[in-house]
Design a protein. Structure first.
Length: 384
């Protein structure tokens, strides 16, 4: 099933964009939806289903778990505290949270290192979800712990301790960042310490509301409020058929990846951010100072303070992507602010590994690349 929306955008090709969405659906993603903006003009589209059992169609205005796109919101809230003089980017985290990050680590790891993932603190994923440890080479790997944690409420300090107790990924301030959600949970605790309110409330008041977002927020329970899709997790073929995880306690990612939003709100947020209406120009410049980093899946990225840098034939784009169980999203804005793309999909980790553990190509990969190519560059050569 295909759901179409119309557009009168002179700078966009609605037929090509819709065809690219449809191709992602036909390649195997149950539902995909997007909003693309070009020089003040907007196109929205959707393709496929929100529920594979009922055939309920996915629509372009649905709310969606946007994963690590949350990190840009959290980074903006931290930069506001820097602007107010409550914290410095190069202040050791131990000066404010000595009990949370004690000893030499607290003295060496700075706020900047948490924001750009050079703290050396590893992620907690395989410790919070132990049945995943050793994937894909260990024969007894399973996704049982994903199900076991569906209704578990984690305290940020629990997850932070899992990361701090694990072997470090490197020395604090190293030249290459290693992506870790622990950094962002520590930043959430820092926001609470500085403002006297929960980090989610701080981000809501000072970032989400300032940007004028109407459909973005941290979930109050295990469900996505408002119209939304079911979210299908395949975990590299270990869950077959893919299972719905739209009902889940998101305390396992909190201010690192817990937000719910819409593609319209994501584009609005990044437009407001890059227009200087969320943080000032000096803060934005700091956020756009990138270093090489390694994502959780091992891929190389150029990472700033809560922002990815992506080079395309159309030029430089800034934004973030994200996944949580069953949901994927990406939002990118051109350096000149004229072109924006936000895409949401309701199936994730579809690639199956070979015997060596390397994920194998899937038709979805090419279809997604072609969608990004059309959305970002209007059919120009493939984006990075």
């Amino acid at each position: 099933m295909t759901v179409r929306t119309v557009s009168t955008s002179a700078g966009l090709d609605p037929a090509a964009l819709q065809s690219a969405l449809d191709a992602v659906h036909h390649a195997g993603v149950p539902g995909v939806f997007a909003e693309v903006r070009d020089d003040g003009r907007t196109w929205r589209g959707a393709s496929g289903v929100a529920d594979v059992d009922t055939g309920r169609p996915v629509t372009a205005d649905m709310r969606h778990r946007v994963g690590s796109i949350t990190k840009t919101f959290t980074a903006a809230a931290v930069m506001q505290q820097v602007e107010q003089g409550r914290i410095g980017l190069d202040t050791p985290i131990g000066e404010h949270l000595p009990e949370l990050v004690p000893g030499e680590r607290g003295e060496r790891i700075t706020v900047r290192m948490l924001l750009d993932n050079t703290s050396g603190i590893p992620d907690y994923l395989t410790y919070a979800f132990p049945s995943l440890r050793g994937f894909p080479t260990r024969p007894d790997v399973s996704t049982q712990s994903i199900d076991d944690n569906r209704f578990r409420t984690w305290r940020p300090a629990e997850l932070i301790e899992l990361g701090l107790s694990a072997p470090p990924t490197g020395e604090p301030g190293g030249p290459v960042g290693v992506y870790s959600n622990v950094n962002w949970l520590i930043l959430g605790e820092l926001l609470e310490h500085l403002t006297g309110m929960p980090a989610e409330e701080c981000i809501t008041r000072n970032v989400i509301e300032r940007a004028g977002l109407r459909h973005t927020g941290f979930p109050k329970g295990t469900r996505v409020e408002g119209p939304h899709s079911l979210l299908y997790e395949a975990f590299y073929g270990l869950i077959d058929p893919p299972r719905d995880y739209s009902v889940y306690d998101m305390s396992w990612v909190g201010v690192a990846a817990g937000l719910v939003s819409t593609t319209e709100d994501l584009n609005r947020f990044y437009a407001e951010l890059f227009a200087g209406r969320i943080v000032g120009p000096e803060s934005l410049a700091e956020m756009q100072r990138t270093i090489p980093a390694t994502a959780l899946d091992g891929s190389p990225i150029q990472y700033g303070l809560g922002l990815h840098k992506v080079e395309t034939p159309r030029g430089t784009f800034w934004g973030h992507d994200g996944t949580v169980w069953g949901a994927g999203a990406i939002s990118l804005t051109s350096a000149d602010g004229r072109r924006q793309m936000s895409v949401a999909i309701n199936l994730i980790r579809w690639n199956r590994p070979d015997a060596s553990g390397r994920p194998q190509p899937h038709p979805i990969d090419g279809a997604v690349r072609a969608l990004y190519q059309e959305a970002l560059c209007g059919g120009a050569a493939t984006a990075s």
